[in-house]
Design a protein around this ligand. Structure first.
Ligand code: ATR
Length: 279
């Protein structure tokens, strides 16, 4: 029987997940489909609780439903529990709905592939932004054993919410503290929308940052953001954000369809063409 999975959220029209999963279904010759299902927030709780009744083996969840999806699950993995948000759901044989969060794993998978060994001896990371992407990335870094993750955000209350969630190894700082923080950072991550096509660039002076530090951006359109270009020009290793999107899909596909897929250059090229972004 054809196994059905879907991206769910509100809206779901811009999601690239169908392209990724449909590519893997075809390349592994699996009898499955991956659809888009718009789930308005007011219907989210009922929808996720009754996932199995809708003929789905599972689904991905995007904004604004990740928190509601987590609340509707019978069990959650450690990441989803820590984040209070789920982006991967599946239906067990007994009909119960299980949830996980693979956004942080996507971040780790991308760096592991593109900058192997990036985390060895890494003690201090600076994360710019405190939205949904930051929540996943802070979890990911702490789960890898980074000693201090300092979160810098325009709106201080959101930084403090994240620090309350993740405990004393996460610290809040203000924009003006960036030069000091960069001096001892081994990793700089942008999770704000600054630098994205149509948005203002992220304007920070990288001069204090050691050239041995890794710089990565959750933004992937453009693929090389002004931040990454500036970092590369001064000799830092840089990793673009497209891989986070691709790698978060790996555990989902494996869960529903039983095969662990690869993030290949071919898949990256497919996404870049669809995004209209130069490689
Ligand atoms: P995502 O799910 O991609 O993380 P989000 O939750 O909307 O998206 O978060 C966007 C992030 O970009 C936030 O940290 C936001 O800062 P605020 O919390 O202060 O809104 C940050 N951001 C967006 N525009 C910004 C700007 N012009 N200057 C500084 N930060 C900005």
């Amino acid at each position: 029987m054809t196994r059905r999975a879907a991206i769910t959220g509100y809206p779901v029209t811009h999601s690239r997940s169908p392209l990724i999963h449909t590519h893997w279904l075809a390349s592994h010759g699996i009898d499955g489909v991956y659809e888009r299902i718009a789930v308005p927030p007011e219907e989210a709780d009922r929808f996720y609780r009754t996932l199995g009744d809708q003929g789905l083996v599972g689904c991905n969840v995007t904004v604004p439903n990740k928190e509601a999806a987590a609340a509707a699950c019978a069990t959650l993995d450690e990441a989803a529990r820590a984040m209070g948000a789920a982006n991967l759901l599946w239906v067990a044989e007994d009909g119960r709905v299980h949830g996980a969060n693979t956004d942080g794993l996507g971040f780790l998978g991308n760096l592991d592939q593109m900058a192997p060994g990036w985390d060895s001896g890494l003690r201090e990371a600076v994360v710019l932004g405190a939205g949904g992407a930051a929540r996943a990335i802070v979890w990911a870094l702490l789960s890898r054993g980074v000693k201090t993750v300092t979160i810098v955000n325009r709106t201080r209350s959101k930084t403090e919410e994240l620090c309350a969630r993740f405990g004393p190894d996460s610290k809040a700082a203000d924009w003006g503290e960036i030069p000091d923080l960069l001096r001892t950072a081994g990793l700089l991550v942008n999770t704000t929308s600054l630098g994205m096509q149509g948005q203002p660039p992220l304007e920070i002076d990288l001069a204090p940052l050691p050239v041995t530090a890794l710089v990565t951006d959750a933004v992937y359109a453009p693929l090389e953001t002004p931040l990454l270009a500036a970092a590369r020009a001064r000799g830092n290793v840089t990793v673009d954000g497209l891989g986070m999107l691709l790698h978060q899909a790996v555990p989902a596909f494996e869960r529903w369809f039983g095969v662990r897929p690869q993030v290949t250059d071919e898949l990256r090229a497919l996404l870049l063409a669809d995004l209209g972004v130069a490689a």
